[in-house]
Design a binder for this molecule. Structure first.
Ligand SMILES: Cc1cc2nc3c(=O)[nH]c(=O)nc-3n(C[C@H](O)[C@H](O)[C@H](O)COP(=O)(O)OP(=O)(O)OC[C@H]3O[C@@H](n4cnc5c(N)ncnc54)[C@H](O)[C@@H]3O)c2cc1C
Length: 309
């Protein structure tokens, strides 16, 4: 709970752009997640820094999220001020081969910008739902290309909102679906991404090809968080789960997708605890069959179901 003095200060700073005791299920693609102490959507960078300053002053934990496409949040919610950057979404071309993108820009806006300006290089992101901030934090990608291949520098702000730093690509450490080595709780503000001039129809047709492939291989019309598990070296988690006979296995309204076994879908009303049970079921079955222990790719945040508050 946020005490009344801190609440007033936050409300004075953000007005209607902060909601207290707000449900996270409205902000996750799995449509799950209990209340956060507050969800803030700052209007611009200055307001974000002021918000971070207040959170530091009142010792309120913060968590920045993107569009929630890779999050599993428990029903118990989160004792944090959750920060969404969707109003920081400017994209501009800064040179022949670089665009500057703010962290809250969505995959759809970035893709549209590239098509409209006939820029190639980011087609792979068209079907990876989220925001630039989430793409970078997760080193999002497909087999052939990831964010690490296109980012040239990022700008971050420290958790107290006081210092903005520019970090060149050479100082960034990307791993499999992760970006490590940033200062603790740093928030990505923007990035410069490498592109190249191309032909608009060519860019569009590559995007169409990639999206059509997804439509035929993934359950794109049912709420999910994308791949639940990381692929073990040289293997595909989905194939291992399918081979263990778990396609279509369910707990409540959560189901290991019958289209792609590395996706868990919410048919309506599933809870995080249902999903966690399926995660354990898949993990145990695959370990039993193959000796491989699957690691989650989805970010599990908040208190686990059943944990004392
Ligand atoms: C149908 C579907 C298909 C998918 N396919 C793919 C795929 O092919 N490849 C792939 O890689 N992923 C895929 N995903 C997963 C997801 O799209 C990516 O992980 C994406 O990067 C999530 O972006 P987001 O903005 O929604 O981040 P969120 O899910 O909101 O957050 C993810 C992480 O990023 C951190 N974060 C977000 N913004 C910032 C910021 N500004 N500064 C610091 N940290 C930040 C959050 O704290 C969190 O730890 C898929 C998901 C779905 C639902």
């Amino acid at each position: 709970m946020i005490d009344p003095e801190a609440r007033n200060a936050l409300r004075e700073c953000l007005g209607a752009r902060i909601e207290f005791d707000a449900q996270l299920s409205r902000h996750t693609s799995l449509r799950m997640g209990g209340p956060a102490d507050a969800i803030a959507t700052p209007a611009d960078r200055e307001e974000l820094c002021a918000l971070l300053g207040l959170c530091a002053k009142y010792a309120l934990p913060t968590l920045v999220i993107g569009a929630g496409f890779n999050l599993l949040v428990g029903e118990e919610g989160l004792r944090s001020v959750v920060i969404r950057l969707k109003k920081l979404r400017r994209i501009e071309r800064v040179s022949d081969d670089l665009i500057s993108v703010e962290a809250g820009a969505s995959h759809a806006t970035i893709t549209r910008f590239c098509i409209d300006n006939a820029l190639s290089g980011l087609e792979f992101g068209a079907g990876i739902p989220g925001t630039l901030g989430g793409w970078l934090a997760m080193n999002a990608g497909i087999g052939v290309r990831e964010m690490k291949d296109v980012v040239r520098e990022i700008k971050i702000v420290g958790c107290e909102g006081k210092r903005v730093s520019r970090i060149p690509r050479s100082m960034l450490e990307f791993g499999y679906r992760e970006l490590t080595g940033l200062p603790a709780s740093a928030i990505i503000l923007s990035a410069k991404l490498q592109v190249e001039e191309s032909d608009r129809a060519k860019v569009q047709s590559e995007i169409d090809r990639l999206l059509a492939h997804r439509q035929s291989t993934q359950p794109t019309d049912t709420p999910s968080c994308g791949s639940v598990f990381r692929n073990p070296p040289g293997q595909f988690a989905g194939q291992l789960i399918e081979a263990a006979g778990l396609k279509g296995s369910s707990v409540g309204a959560a189901e290991i997708s019958s289209v792609h076994a590395n996706f868990i879908v919410n048919h309506g009303g599933a809870t995080a605890s249902d999903v966690l049970q399926l995660i354990e079921r898949a993990r145990e079955a695959v370990e039993r069959e193959t000796g491989i222990r699957l690691e989650t790719e989805v970010q599990i945040i908040g208190r686990s179901p059943g944990e004392d508050s």
